[in-house]
Design a protein around this ligand. Structure first.
Ligand code: 8X3
Length: 251
C-alpha cells in the first residue's frame, strides 16, 4: 500500500526537497507550511506524481495544528511517516545581546512546534501500531558554537526529544530517528540574518555546502528501510566541515 508522509516546513529548503524525493518513491504527501501560494504550487507540481494535500498552519499555533491535522480528508488520515522539519534560526548574537523575540521564535518553532505536531499525529500511529517519526535536528544539537546559544539549545532539545520519543514509543511499534544536518545551503542563513543576503551568502562561500537534495536523499533512504531497521540518529556534514566550529573554507 502507498505510504503517506506529512512534512512540516515543506515550502522550502530541506522540507521541499524531501517532498520531491518522497514523491519519487511513490509516497503520498501532506505538505504543511505557512505560505499558501507555495503550498498550492507544490501541490499542482507534485500531484502529477502522487496524491498530495496541503495544510496551512504555523507550528507555533497549537489550536491550528490540531484543527488542521484532525480535519485531514479520510484518505490522508493514516499517516505513516512524520518528518518534523520546520525549524529556523533567528539571530547569531552573544547571549548578553540576544533578542527576546528571536529566543521565543526559536523555542516556539523548533521545540514546541515539533511537540504539537507530534502530539497531534502520534495517537493515530499508536492505534495502527505503526509509524515512523523523523526529527530534523542539526549539528548544532550535538555541539554548541559561539553565538549559537539559544538556537543550539533548541536543537539540543530536538536531540533529547528524539531520544525520549524513541524510548516512550518503543512498545507501540512507532520508529523514531533523527537526521542532523550540518551546513546546508537553504534560506536558513537568510532567515537567521533577517534578510541580509550578503551575510547569508558568506556562510556558504569557500567550500561546497550540503544542498537540500543531499539531505532529502538521506531522508528518503531512512524512510525506505525495512521495518526492523531504524536509523536512530544520523549526522551529516559537508566534507569540508569537521564540527560545529571547524570548517575548511578552502575546500
Ligand atoms: C544548521 C547547521 O551549523 O548552521 O542547523 O547551525 S548550523
Amino acid at each position: 500500500m502507498t505510504k503517506i508522509a506529512l512534512i512540516t516546513g515543506a515550502t522550502s529548503g530541506i522540507g521541499k526537497a524531501t517532498a520531491f524525493a518522497l514523491a519519487k518513491n511513490n509516497i503520498s504527501l501532506i505538505l504543511c507550511g505557512r505560505n499558501t501560494e507555495v503550498l498550492k504550487e507544490l501541490e499542482i507540481e507534485l500531484s502529477k506524481q502522487v496524491a498530495v494535500t496541503t495544510l496551512n498552519f504555523d507550528v507555533r499555533d497549537k489550536t491550528e495544528v490540531f484543527k488542521k491535522i484532525e480535519g485531514l480528508p479520510e484518505t490522508f488520515k493514516n499517516i505513516d511517516v512524520l518528518v518534523n522539519n520546520a525549524g529556523n534560526a533567528h539571530g547569531l548574537d552573544p547571549i548578553q545581546d540576544g533578542n527576546l523575540e528571536d529566543w521565543d521564535s526559536m523555542i516556539d518553532i523548533n521545540v514546541k512546534g515539533l511537540l504539537y505536531v507530534s502530539k497531534a499525529i502520534i495517537p493515530g500511529m499508536i492505534e495502527r501500531k505503526s509509524g515512523h517519526i523523523i526529527n530534523i535536528g542539526s549539528t548544532a544539537g550535538k555541539e554548541v558554537y559561539p553565538n549559537g546559544n539559544v538556537y543550539c539549545a533548541s536543537k539540543f532539545a530536538v536531540d533529547a526529544l528524539n531520544q525520549g520519543m524513541r524510548m516512550d514509543l518503543n512498545k507501540t511499534g512507532i520508529k523514531v530517528g533523527a537526521v542532523n544536518p550540518g551546513l546546508t545551503q537553504t534560506a536558513f542563513s537568510k532567515v537567521r540574518f533577517k534578510g541580509n543576503e550578503e551575510k547569508a551568502e558568506k556562510v556558504y562561500q569557500g567550500f561546497e555546502a550540503l544542498q537540500p537534495e543531499d539531505i532529502a536523499d538521506i531522508i528518503s533512504f531512512v524512510v525506505s528501510r525495512p521495518y526492523h531497521v531504524n536509523i536512530a540518529d544520523l549526522t551529516v556534514m559537508p566534507s569540508a566541515q569537521a564540527s560545529s566550529t571547524i570548517l575548511n573554507k578552502n575546500k
